[in-house]
Design a protein around this ligand. Structure first.
Ligand code: SF4
Length: 227
């Protein structure tokens, strides 16, 4: 199924398999999604290049899920169920002031949804979750002491060394980056990517049902807080 946010313009193909709506206190946003079951070697892995972007982040060297001490991509899995969710920046047209507020708002909605879906898909696919963002299971990470909850620990795709820009380009989907110093922002869509490493060759039907179960649920933080 194709839905209307489809473009082959300068930001690559935004072809979606489907969409859901999420209602916040102040607005309704449309979340588009797509996914693919891919062999693990489809992923572009370049830890040296990718992990250097983590230097300077407040979580760098402070969490088990973050470089320099986090795991590289775990072995023993043949496939990855890769899924990506995005919001058209136009849905935040009324948000006042800085572009960065829109980026944060989109990110807050998408990360929460992506990680909830990722956790359930990981159980379904008897897999290993590669989520979005650093592990936030505990209020304070035990690093450098032993991880408190290794069964619930997760890390991001990027922290394993996966180059998401190049991987997503292979799927004809360009990521949109927010640049603080750019005078004119051209932030057309906000995207969050999740993945489950697995040995199964399935998950599409379950994913479709699962994401639909998140349609219109007013749980997210009000965007008023960001505006
Ligand atoms: S589960 Fe807790 S201790 Fe382990 S990496 Fe996550 S936040 Fe840190």
């Amino acid at each position: 199924m194709n839905v209307e946010m489809t473009s082959d313009g300068p930001y690559g193909s935004l072809e979606a398999k489907g969409k859901i709506r999420r209602t916040t206190k102040s607005r309704t946003v449309t979340i588009y999604y797509n996914y693919k079951i891919l062999p693990v070697d489809f992923l572009v892995v370049d830890p040296e290049r990718v992990r250097k972007y983590c230097i300077g982040c407040p979580a760098y060297g402070k969490k088990w899920s973050c470089p320099p001490d986090c795991n590289i991509i775990p072995g023993g899995y043949k496939r990855i169920f890769l899924f990506w969710l995005w919001i058209d920046a136009k849905d935040f047209g009324g948000v006042k002031n800085k572009e960065y507020i829109k980026v944060r708002a989109m990110n807050a909605i998408l990360v929460s949804l992506s990680n909830q879906i990722g956790r359930v898909m990981t159980i379904m696919l008897v897999g290993h979750l590669l989520a979005s963002g650093s592990c936030k299971v505990c209020k304070t990470c035990s690093y450098p002491e032993k991880c408190h909850l290794p069964d619930r620990f997760y890390q991001s795709l990027e922290s394993t060394g996966i180059d998401l820009v190049r991987t997503m380009r292979k799927l004809n989907f360009d990521l949109c980056w927010y640049g603080k110093r750019k005078k004119e922002q051209n932030y057309t869509h906000g995207t969050v990517i999740g993945g489950v490493l697995t040995n199964l060759d399935e998950g599409s039907e379950y994913f479709d049902k699962l994401i639909k179960s998140f349609d219109i649920k007013p749980k997210e933080k009000s965007l008023d807080a960001w505006a």
